[in-house]
Design a protein around this ligand. Structure first.
Ligand SMILES: Cc1cc2nc3c(=O)[nH]c(=O)nc-3n(C[C@H](O)[C@H](O)[C@H](O)COP(=O)(O)O)c2cc1C
Length: 220
């Protein structure tokens, strides 16, 4: 599969089948993603893959925190608010999601339940937790972001489905009770991955992108 094809076909999967991937496949994925470029080849990402009973226990703890409305306390601050075009794009993205699963505007209970799916890893059998070293600051996080992208594209080529989830960085203290994130690192993001449940309506829509004119300028 070409990178262009992988980029155009990948999507954020929000319902997985429970089928566990063979260890060999997960290793193949990590070996390929490891080719990601980073500033000075520092390769600052650290990846913890959680599966099986541990993933179930972690999910319970995260769901409980979210259910009681515990405010997120991410290591790296989430955006305080979205304004202008970012607010608009975020809104469209949310509307597409809720429409796909028939959640009407204002239905707080169903909305909350869909939100909680983040902490159920959308049914995925595996989750990767990506952390970045504090001392490398923003550029370390940039390298880890590139890694996220490689991971998702390689997975796509391998016939796997993924979703990057900042939501999984909401309660790093809880994650640390289950996963030994190394000292001096910030939890950046999680990626749930496995096989897509292609029959589920939540996986039936695709997000749009802006035209090149709106993001690029050419100067001579
Ligand atoms: C860094 C990052 C964090 C994300 N966090 C979440 C998340 O917490 N929950 C979620 O449902 N989707 C999350 N997403 C998925 C985005 O909503 C999705 O990538 C975007 O809407 C574009 O859709 P696509 O991935 O299907 O192309 C995240 C994506 C990225 C890159």
């Amino acid at each position: 599969m070409s990178v262009v094809k992988a980029l155009s076909e990948r999507f954020s999967c929000r319902k997985f089948t429970p089928d566990k991937l063979p260890d060999q496949k997960v290793h193949e994925l990590l070996i390929s993603a490891q080719r990601t470029a980073s500033w000075c080849n520092t390769q600052p990402w650290s990846v913890h893959i959680v599966s099986g009973e541990l993933l179930v226990e972690l999910s319970h703890a995260l769901v409980e925190a979210a259910k009681i409305g515990r405010p997120p306390v991410p290591d790296i601050e989430f955006p305080e608010k979205y304004i202008g075009q970012y607010k608009e794009r975020r809104k469209v993205c949310g509307l597409q999601l809720y429409k796909s699963v028939g959640i009407e505007r204002g239905n707080a209970e169903k909305t909350q339940n869909q939100l909680l799916e983040n902490f159920r890893f959308f049914g995925a059998p595996h989750a990767a937790f990506i952390s970045t070293p504090q001392e490398l600051g923003t550029y370390g996080a940039v390298d880890c972001g590139l890694y996220l992208s490689s991971f998702m594209l390689v997975a796509q080529e391998m016939g796997l489905a993924t979703i990057a989830q900042a939501a999984l960085a909401s309660y790093p203290d809880i994650v640390r009770q289950f996963v030994p994130i190394e000292e001096g690192r910030d939890l950046l993001c999680g990626i749930s991955f496995g096989l897509a449940d292609v029959t589920h309506p939540v996986n039936s829509y695709r997000t749009e992108r802006e035209t090149i004119d709106s993001i690029a300028a050419f100067h001579t």
